[in-house]
Design a protein around this ligand. Structure first.
Ligand code: GLN
Ligand code: ZN
Length: 764
């Protein structure tokens, strides 16, 4: 009989209980005891769900107060010195929070640890900081306490911990650069000892299986790291527990042989992202080893074709019998908790969806199918699932013949514009721009009043007419201020947008929105990604009215603001019944129409934001170029239908450009604005080295801080930029949108910025 288990459950709570409890505690509105109690209740609920779904164990160790990697760092006693934590003392919760956020109810504030994206997900982990003389010791007992907690509730427990080498690979060394990554391996012998202690202690608690997460095995690994895997797992093999080594988010590819050679109790494979690896690993699978098959996606919200999964696994079960385990492909951390909470979702669309709770049900149905134990009720559930999936395939909600026809003709859609040099001189003349033109990235402060206006309108308590007038008033203010401040290319301020993806999704066909489909992004912050379920089509112009109204208020050029196809794709749950690039192309064609309508309405500058362009990169370098090619192509499909005199901007933040600069240049935007102020213009190096030809606006101040930037400092930054690039190429703008800022500092900052640009122009 194949058993089922789970790699991890979303910790935030179906109603975001953990978020609320954390924020109340941080704000001093509740006690630590109250916070701890919320955590305990959530774990109890989540274990009960796993038990009810028939999982052979409940997973313990997936819960985290902020992030599971930070839980592990504190468990291993890794606290950077600036937090002034006494060496060798146990780490408390407030210290953990100070590491995560810089502050906590108790303890001195200090600069928070860096946060970065977990593989190719939108989840962020806290980057471990290792000192060269780092020592490790068991500094927190929360894992062991939670194991005991689950056992006391009568559960059989499978703890999960981050694998030693994945943990190390994702950490940063204080005294060496990332290029000197190999030096981290010097810490392995010491770390192995602590891991041995952890495993021994779990064994004492009666634990049999420990899930050790090593997703780094789906990355490109240098030889030294592959060798380290051999050493580490040879040493851990002698502890009295069985290790289930979990890989996910991709195919282990060239690490297949390495993995087969490791003396572990079992290995988990992601057969959703890497179904082809099964044929590679199965023939030589050792007789005594468990193979955990991840066949239910932990990264999307779609129901699984269980017949197909059963067909894939039937021969595996034949070969392995009880040594075949079934699981979701990865942790369910990246999907919403429970579809049952969605009472307003269309029934047909709902029948295609599966959130964490439903995914565990699907797993149980799969196990019953393979084990030949399908009950009457399960048989009915399987039949329902079959019907839903068959209907989905032919549903008119998904398949739009007009979109199909348009996509079929995509080859004839222009991707080329005239050479940049020709375009830019026509644009400069038409727009009448000075050197060092000034602009902003789009949004202006989103005041509580603006949010309330949008909320009331959506709730139906504010009439369309009143809503429109209120938004127009806001646009008037924003435009008036920009004129007074002397900015060159103005924006309307985006007051009608709650979110840069959601706004467009709501106006496009093919998108659905949930009420409670929250997914943790970092700490207490959650996002509710839209679901792209069908062919994407533009139903009506989405931004033309607001932008044209804003333009009517001024003689200066008004910049139209759109979210780019790659970013919409990246921040949504995307349909899995066609390649991502096919969905992206549909988005690009819809945006192309919007770009052209803006131009027709007299808008001469149009910005297409692509902040998520870089984060779409695949995990393996070998797959990068294919992605970059279609991502660039989609951007060009959106932007290439306009006249030479129409200026196309793009904006990217949180990006490294060094290794993708060629593709950035291939996007061929007339102007790119980027985030550079925090790195002191270092990011410009890539543009300099590449001899980047088009215009560029390196952000001159950090919009994440309320501080008003100093004029001289901005001038000095721009001079630094001018020493690397031609001054004719340069624009002056903030780092990113201003929506999170307040008006007073925004006013002062932009006025200072315009003065800085004036000084730069004067100093020829
Ligand atoms: N135009 C958007 C804004 O200004 C861009 C946001 C972003 O880059 N994340 O808010
Ligand atoms: Zn930005």
């Amino acid at each position: 009989m194949a058993l089922t288990h789970n790699l991890g459950f979303p910790r935030i709570g179906v109603k975001r209980e953990l978020k609320k409890a954390l924020e109340a505690y941080w704000a001093g509105q509740s006690t630590e005891a109250q916070l701890l109690e919320t955590g305990r209740q959530l774990r109890e609920q989540h274990w009960a769900i796993q038990q009810a779904a028939g999982n052979a164990f409940v997973t313990v160790g997936d819960f985290a107060w902020y992030d599971h990697i930070l839980e592990w760092s504190t468990t291993l006693g890794i606290v950077p010195p600036r937090f002034r934590h006494p060496r060798n003392a146990p780490v408390d919760l407030d210290t953990l929070f100070r590491m995560a956020r810089g502050r906590a109810p108790v303890g001195e504030p200090a600069a928070a640890c860096e946060m970065t994206k977990w593989f190719d997900t939108n989840y962020h982990y806290i980057v471990p900081e290792l000192a060269a003389d780092q020592t490790f010791f068991l500094a927190r007992a929360s894992l062991f306490d939670q194991v005991a907690e689950a056992q006391a509730l009568g559960h059989k427990v499978k703890p999960v911990i981050p694998g030693l080498l994945t943990y190390l690979r994702l950490s940063k060394g204080e005294s060496f650069s990332s290029a000197e990554d190999e030096r981290k391996l010097a810490l392995v012998p010491q770390l192995v000892q602590v891991y041995r202690q952890v495993l021994a202690r779990l064994a004492e608690q009666g634990v049999q299986w420990v899930q050790v997460d090593e997703p780094a095995l789906v990355l490109d690994l240098p030889a030294a790291w592959q060798e380290a895997y051999r050493q580490v797992y040879a040493e851990l093999a002698t502890t009295p527990v069985s290790i289930l080594l979990a890989t996910y988010f991709g195919d282990v590819a060239d690490n297949t042989d390495l993995l087969a050679s490791l003396p572990v109790g079992g290995v988990h494979f992601d057969l959703v992202r890497g179904p082809q690896q099964l044929a590679r690993v199965l023939p030589a699978w050792p007789a005594d080893r468990v193979l955990s098959a991840g066949v239910i996606s932990g990264r999307d919200v779609w129901r699984t074709d269980l017949d197909q999964a059963a067909a894939l696994l039937a021969p595996v079960q034949e070969q392995l019998g009880e040594r075949l385990w079934l699981a979701p492909a990865s942790s369910l951390l990246h999907v919403p908790v429970d579809l049952a909470e969605e009472t307003q979702l269309d029934d047909e669309i709902k029948s295609w969806l599966s959130f964490a709770v439903q995914k565990l049900d699907e797993l149980r149905l799969l196990a019953a199918t393979l084990n030949g134990t399908v009950s009457a009720a399960q048989d009915e559930a399987l039949a329902r699932q079959r019907i839903a999936l068959a209907e989905r395939k032919v549903s008119q909600r998904i398949h739009n013949p007009a979109v199909a026809a348009r996509v079929a003709g995509e080859a004839s859609v222009a991707r080329e514009r005239s050479p940049f040099a020709e375009r830019i001189s026509k644009q400069r003349e038409a727009l009448g721009l000075p050197d060092f033109p000034t602009t902003t990235i789009g949004s202006f402060p989103q005041t509580p009043e603006i949010r309330k206006i949008r909320r009331d309108w959506k709730a139906g308590t504010l009439s369309d007419a009143k809503y429109e007038e209120a938004i127009r008033d806001e646009i008037r203010e924003v435009v008036k201020f920009q004129e007074e401040a002397g900015l060159d290319v103005l924006v309307h301020g985006e007051p009608e947008r709650n979110d840069m993806v959601e706004y467009f999704g709501e106006l496009l066909a093919g998108f659905a929105f949930t009420q409670n489909g929250w997914v943790q992004s970092y700490g207490s912050r959650c996002v509710k990604p839209p679901i792209i379920y069908g062919d994407v089509a533009r139903l009506i112009p989405m931004t033309v009215e607001w932008t044209a109204f804003a333009q009517s208020l001024t003689d200066k050029p008004m910049k139209g603001m759109l979210t780019g196809p790659v970013t919409v794709l990246q921040w949504s749950f995307v349909r899995e019944d066609q390649p991502r690039q096919a969905t992206c192309l549909q988005l690009a064609l819809a945006l192309r129409d919007e770009v052209q309508d803006l131009e027709k309405a007299g808008i001469r500058v149009i910005q297409i934001d692509e902040p998520a362009f870089r984060e779409g990169l695949p995990l393996r370098k070998a797959d990068w170029q294919a992605y970059l090619d279609w991502a660039v192509d989609c951007f060009r499909v959106s932007t290439s239908g306009v006249q030479d005199t129409t200026q196309i901007h793009t904006h990217m933040c949180y990006s490294e450009f060094n290794d993708i600069i060629e593709s950035i240049a291939a996007m061929d935007a007339d102007v790119i604005t980027i985030e550079t102020s925090r790195s002191n213009m270092e990011l410009l190096e890539a543009f300099e080295r590449f001899n980047y030809p088009n215009d560029i606006g390196p952000g001159v101040y950090d919009i994440h801080s309320p501080n008003v930037p100093d004029r001289e400092w901005m001038i000095q930054l721009m001079n630094k930029a001018a020493s690397r690039l031609d001054r004719k190429q340069l624009w002056v703008n903030p780092d990113c949108g201003l929506k999170t800022r307040q008006w007073p500092e925004t006013r002062s900052a932009l006025i200072e910025m315009v003065h800085a640009a004036q000084a730069l122009r004067a100093a020829v």
